[in-house]
Design a protein around this ligand. Structure first.
Ligand SMILES: *Cc1c(COP(=O)(O)O)cnc(C)c1O
Length: 383
């Protein structure tokens, strides 16, 4: 398996972790082409998660924005409300296949924690989630949901007490316990082979969308648009179209004018953190900077290595949408289509709202999740 995407990726981990990651890679290679594993996975994705998700032509939104045809890939309709479950189920099945009894994961806003806790309950695995104390306070409801699902939530008090610190703690736990524990990383990042594994488990989004658009339009779309936190929903959609003449746009969080999470569009630079070489927001001394976005899922200081490479090769374009634009998209999609997007996904919609010369274009927006989780926050913001 390829360890790098161009010059990004790799495996920057303590020596003690190398055998665990080698074992993971070996086992993953086995199940990748194993018919019974893949059938088992498909069955769960279909019957339990609700795949395939529709590719919906948003006619009123297209007309309102003066864009040719906007299609929404409806990952928001999945069980637990977002694309994260695709990866959580895939990796949990892999963990079981590897004979692991326990899974651990990091979570920022709690979405990946809930998806992982759900997969663990489904498959009868022990589960522990690491979450920064700042995040745990902000996302009480998700902490409760994880507990309800039988998962233990470990509150992290180190550093900025947010996602990056939760990842550090999860990596520490994994290093100590990998014999019986699988670390279920939530986005297309971390040390090799995680970026590849997560991309593959999310690639179902693009495979379905490609088939659906060909059925509906008889041709490929002009353009794909997806928000980029760590980059898993975007790469899940993009991967099926990489060899096609289709434009790809990843949307980062532009934040509030002072703080943001613009890794590929801002002043971020190459660095090494959390086991990978990629783009990170850092100061001139290489210290990782705090990020900010109205949407918790886009609020991470780094980006998956495959996106760094797609940017460098100019195969995908990266843009940013700020809090206000995302909030406006949150309202517009609700009012014109009766669909309330997650604030993360609202960034992708927000970019299409400001696209120019798109009257003849067919665009697929990845609607990575639903907005119910964000409604209380947006209610406060709009007061
Ligand atoms: C977590 C999350 C994201 C960001 O993660 P990616 O790995 O970049 O996809 C986007 N949308 C939703 C709804 C999320 O929950």
């Amino acid at each position: 398996m390829k360890r790098y995407f161009g010059k990004y990726g790799g495996q920057f981990v303590p020596e003690t972790l190398v055998p665990a990651l080698a074992h993971l890679e070996e086992e993953y290679c086995k199940i990748k082409d194993d018919k019974s594993f893949q059938e088992n996975l498909s069955n769960l994705l279909f019957d339990y998660c609700g795949r395939p998700t529709p590719l919906y032509l948003a006619k009123r939104l297209s007309k309102k924005l003066g864009v040719g045809r906007i299609y929404l890939k409806r990952e928001d309709l999945l069980h637990t409300g977002a694309h994260k479950i695709n990866n959580a189920i895939g990796q949990s099945l892999l963990a079981k296949k590897m004979g692991k009894k326990r899974i651990i994961a990091e979570t920022g806003a709690g979405q990946h924690g809930v998806a992982t806790a759900t997969a663990a309950a489904l498959l009868g695995l022990e589960c522990e989630i690491y979450m920064g104390s700042t995040d745990a306070k902000r996302q009480e409801l998700n902490v409760f949901k994880m507990n309800l699902l039988g998962t233990k939530v470990n509150i992290v008090e180190s550093g900025s007490k947010t996602l990056k610190d939760a990842i550090n703690e999860a990596l520490r736990d994994y290093t100590a316990n990998f014999k019986d524990t699988h670390y279920l990383i939530g986005s297309a990042l971390g040390p090799h082979p995680y970026p590849t594994i997560v991309r593959d488990f999310q690639s179902v989004i693009g495979i379905e969308a490609k088939k659906q658009i060909l059925e509906k339009e008889g041709k490929l779309p002009d353009c794909l648009v997806a928000c980029v936190g760590g980059g898993s929903n975007a790469i899940g959609l993009f991967s099926a179209f990489l060899d096609e003449p289709v434009e790809m746009i990843g949307v980062e969080a532009g934040g509030n004018g002072k703080q943001h999470a613009e890794r590929l569009t801002g002043k971020a630079r190459e660095g090494v953190l959390h086991g990978m070489k990629s783009y990170f927001l850092q100061d001139e001394n290489g210290q990782i900077q705090n990020t900010y976005s109205v949407s918790a899922g886009l609020d991470y200081a780094g980006v998956g290595p495959e996106h760094s490479n797609l940017k460098e090769m100019e195969r995908a374009k990266y843009v940013s949408v700020n809090d206000q634009e995302a909030l406006s998209a949150f309202k517009t999609l609700s009012q014109y289509e009766g669909i309330t997007p997650a604030l993360e996904s609202a960034h992708a919609v927000g970019y299409v709202m400001k696209m120019e010369k798109a009257e003849d274009k067919t665009i697929i927006i990845n609607l990575s999740g639903r907005g119910d989780k964000d409604a209380p926050q947006v209610m406060e913001l709009l007061k």
